[in-house]
Design a binder for this molecule. Structure first.
Ligand code: MRU
Length: 349
């Protein structure tokens, strides 16, 4: 049981993406046939979510490999490095993007042979990154269920943004926990914050849950504290875009507020993320680069402008939840206190 949604798939000589800017109005796919088009798809959030953009960038490098004319090894590698740099420039916060590109480049550089051999190793490596991510998410889901409070028997979980199948290669991280809890009869209902300004909770999380008949209630972001006060939430589980060595976790803007109100109500707040989301090179969350996006995301809904001309805007796409607010980090290797991740996991990366 579980999701059969795969947002990034390699098919023949191209990548098929589920267009996440169209859900829930329409379920459409986009065929990506060049590394430029993949960079645009990542920037414009046709594909989004930390592990998903890592997988997309890996396949983007495969497309890039096919664009390179020379089969001379040195020439091939130097052109590939330029394409890798272009993909790196797409979005700054989710470390999975850089992790996947680095893994691709390290593997290809360590492979002998001419451009044709390197092209083929690019594809097998990208496919492995994708397959591994699905298996990783399933493991996260299962470990997550074991971390949930023992009572009540059926839990009401709150989540923020979308950390589902659409945000990964499949199954999801935070929604992986939801899926596994639902499968095991431990879930009563999911509360999904709508997640202003891009509405990933309202548009994507709710849609994913409804596809699988998982009971979901959408609330606006400013309702979470009220719901907690009324005793409607037993635990919170969110994804992450980058986790620093000390356990501080960057995730979609608004996550930090949810963690604060969860602490105030004594509700456990979990972060679910694969090892590839942990950046051990950063000692704490203050060093995580936070993407700022276009103000139109704040002031417009569809074609309507909500805010008067003359106002100014600030639109950070992510915030950092300090480690002390996090009850546990749910990974494919188990659930760890934030201050234990470096000791327990750094050697595995
Ligand atoms: O800007 P987005 O939509 O790419 O941000 C996505 C999130 O913040 C997710 O919650 C995070 O990447 C975890 S995805 C498993």
């Amino acid at each position: 049981m579980g999701s059969t949604l795969y947002p990034v798939i390699w098919k023949d000589d191209r990548v098929v993406l589920i267009d996440q800017t169209r859900i829930p109005e329409a379920f459409e796919t986009v065929e990506v046939t060049s590394s430029d088009a993949m960079a645009t798809a990542i920037k414009t959030m046709i594909v989004r979510g930390a592990p998903a953009i890592g997988v997309a960038a890996a396949f983007g490098l495969c497309l890039g490999g096919s664009e390179i004319q020379t089969t001379d090894r040195a020439g091939f590698l130097s052109e590939l490095a330029v394409i890798a740099e272009k993909l790196r420039q797409t979005r700054p916060t989710a470390v999975n993007l850089f992790w996947a590109i680095d893994r691709m480049m390290t593997t290809v550089t360590a492979t002998e042979g001419d451009g044709l051999a390197l092209r083929s190793v690019l594809l097998t490596t990208a496919q492995k990154i994708s397959d591994d991510d699905v298996a990783t998410c399933r493991a996260i889901g299962d470990h997550g269920v074991s971390a949930l409070p023992a009572s009540p028997a059926k839990i009401r979980l709150l989540t923020h943004c979308n950390a589902g199948a659409l945000a990964t290669a499949g199954y999801g991280t935070a929604l992986g926990v939801v899926r596994s809890a639902w499968r095991d009869g431990r879930l009563e209902r999911v509360y999904a914050d709508e997640t202003r300004p891009r509405l990933q909770g309202a548009k994507l999380t709710a849609w994913e849950c409804v596809q699988e008949n998982i009971p979901v209630t959408v609330i606006t972001d400013n309702m979470a504290a009220h719901c907690m006060k009324l005793g409607m939430i037993d635990a919170v589980v969110v994804g992450a875009d980058r986790i620093a060595a000390n356990g501080d976790a960057a995730n979609k803007i608004g996550t930090y507020s949810v963690a604060l109100v969860a602490k105030a109500h004594n509700i456990p707040f979990f972060v679910a993320a694969p090892l590839s989301t942990i950046d051990f090179s950063l000692k704490d969350g203050s060093l995580i680069p936070i993407e700022e996006r276009d103000p139109t995301e704040i002031y417009s809904v569809g074609n309507a402008r909500l805010v008067t001309e003359g106002a100014e805007f600030y639109n950070p796409a992510f915030d950092v939840t300090p480690a002390h607010l996090i009850a546990g980090i749910i990974t494919e290797f188990g659930v760890f206190a934030p201050d234990r991740i470096e000791a327990e996991l750094a050697h595995r990366q």
